[in-house]
Ligand binder design. Structure first.
Ligand code: DUC
Ligand code: ZN
Ligand code: ZN
Length: 477
């Protein structure tokens, strides 16, 4: 801290000696911050009232996690463990300074009401900035003609649709209608691609045979059902002539369809997640003390096998994927509102789907940089720059540049960390990544110039300091 007072200093904060890495550039620089915005990059910047020495650390744009579920309303009896406070606390401790969860329409309900309700859930709680995607579960004529276009114009420019889950799935015809609105109003549709009828048929057969343990979740949702739905979604995108983003791609079957589409010049974007790099179907069979621990890894699409993990790493390196998100969907394990719904082990088809991962997303991918699986620039592109672009937040988020928000992570590329749930900051009673060792972890994290994590310690900022970010049009270039 210098004796300068902030009224006379050109900066409120200077980060010294940073090794800055963006999606495209790498340079040594000081970073000058004023009123929460980066205002100068250069050597030997003048002194500021607050200074941080970044010697030996990478300075990265704060992560943008474009696929998280926080305090999302659930069917009766189920509850997400993280709300906007605990979820964003965990996010920033893992280097993520912007999150985009989902305002979910219920069938028979209004999309506008879902958005208003979701703002109430976020209010006074978020500690980092956030946008909203929409989930369109009931595309009535009113939703298509009025609500969606209005909401897009107000800054909700991306929405997710489902090809499975009874309470969320759309028919093929409905998907075409939603895509047409996206085309007309320049929004981006995110698609959960799994074939619902195939899953229902396989599930009924397995349950009928008494095969109900968590490991059968994987057999009920094989790669072929994801491949088929991915191909169908690509076909719809082609028919309507609109880009789509296939979310949580789990392995080589779906990747083959995406490569095929991209090779034909179709605007097919894709996302993958840490669970497809670090978990396999074997994890669904983990017995644990109670024979049910595999439930901790139940998510959809399910994790596959080592060969598929390799295929996902390869596709990341080759640019098949645009974004790397957590799909953080936090349910406690030992909880009657979580994985042990109603207080007991459940048949696989009744286990709440989803796993936590908002804090571990960036470290798990960064470990791949160290192992030569992708470059540092690709890491920034996948975790920050591209999600900011696609979800209409760039250049305010997603880069270190003059005029961008001072959302900066100072990252120790050498820190060796064994992942341990006790050290994480979500409100979930487990992590599926327990015991995995990674190299690279955030040391200091700033959101709009405010230090929220210092020397790895969460500084307990004011809940509600995080701001809602209305999104601009998706930038697909
Ligand atoms: N699958 C989803 O589609 N959403 C949340 C979690 C999951 O496993
Ligand atoms: Zn999904
Ligand atoms: Zn999800």
């Amino acid at each position: 801290m210098s004796a300068l007072d902030s009224r006379e200093a050109p900066f409120d904060l200077v980060i010294r000696n940073a090794d800055v890495a963006t999606a495209s550039d790498r340079f040594h620089s000081d970073i000058g911050v004023k009123d929460g915005v980066i205002v100068a990059l250069g050597r030997n910047l003048p002194a500021a009232p607050r200074e941080i020495d970044a010697t030996g650390l990478l300075a990265l744009p704060g992560g943008v996690d474009g696929h998280v579920h926080l305090d999302q309303p659930m069917p009766d009896g189920m509850r997400m463990a993280d709300d906007f406070y605990t979820g964003t606390r965990a996010a920033v401790c893992g280097g993520t300074t912007t999150v985009i969860p989902f305002a979910a329409q219920v069938k028979g309900g209004s999309l506008r009401d879902a958005v208003s309700d979701y703002h109430r859930r976020a209010e006074g709680k978020a500690v980092v900035d956030y946008g909203f995607h929409l989930i369109v579960a009931d595309p009535t004529p009113k939703v298509l003609a009025e609500e969606l276009p209005q909401l897009i114009s107000e800054g909700y420019t991306s929405f997710k649709i489902y090809m499975t889950y009874d309470d969320l799935k759309l028919s093929d015809r409905e998907i075409l209608e939603v895509l047409s609105v996206a085309r007309e109003h320049q929004a981006l549709v995110m698609v959960h691609a799994e074939n619902s009828d195939c899953i229902a048929w396989l599930t009924d057969k397995l349950v009928g045979q008494g095969r109900i343990a968590p490991k059968f979740h994987g057999l009920a949702r094989p790669a072929a059902v994801e491949r088929e739905a991915t191909h169908r979604a690509i076909t719809f995108s082609e028919l309507v002539d609109v880009p789509i983003l296939i979310v949580h791609v789990s392995g080589k079957e779906a990747i083959s369809q995406i490569r095929w589409a991209q090779g034909r010049g179709l605007p097919i974007l894709a996302e993958t997640c840490p669970q497809y790099l670090y978990l396999t179907a074997d994890d669904l069979g983990r017995p644990g003390d109670d024979g049910y621990e595999g439930a901790k890894c139940v998510c959809s699409p399910p994790p596959r096998d080592a060969d598929n993990q390799d295929a996902v790493w390869r596709a990341l390196k080759q640019g098949v994927f645009s974004v790397f998100s957590s799909d953080h969907a936090p349910f406690n394990y030992d909880d009657p509102e979580g994985k042990k719904l109603g207080g007991k082990a459940q048949s696989f088809d009744h286990i709440p789907n989803g796993i936590p991962g908002i804090e571990t997303r960036m470290p798990l991918l960064f470990d791949g940089v160290r192992r030569g699986k992708l470059s540092l620039h690709q890491f920034v592109e996948l975790t920050s720059y591209r999600p900011a672009q696609l979800y209409g937040l760039y250049p305010r988020k997603g880069t270190i540049a003059i005029g961008a928000d001072a959302d900066i992570v100072l990252w120790n590329p050498e820190a060796r960390v064994k992942i341990n749930n006790d050290a994480l900051h979500h409100a979930v009673d487990y992590t599926p990544y327990e015991g995995i060792e990674v190299t690279g972890w955030p040391v200091h994290c700033l959101s709009r110039g405010e230090l929220l994590v210092s020397h790895g310690r969460y500084l307990d900022p004011e809940p509600g300091r995080g701001r809602f970010l209305p999104a601009g049009a998706p930038s697909l270039v």
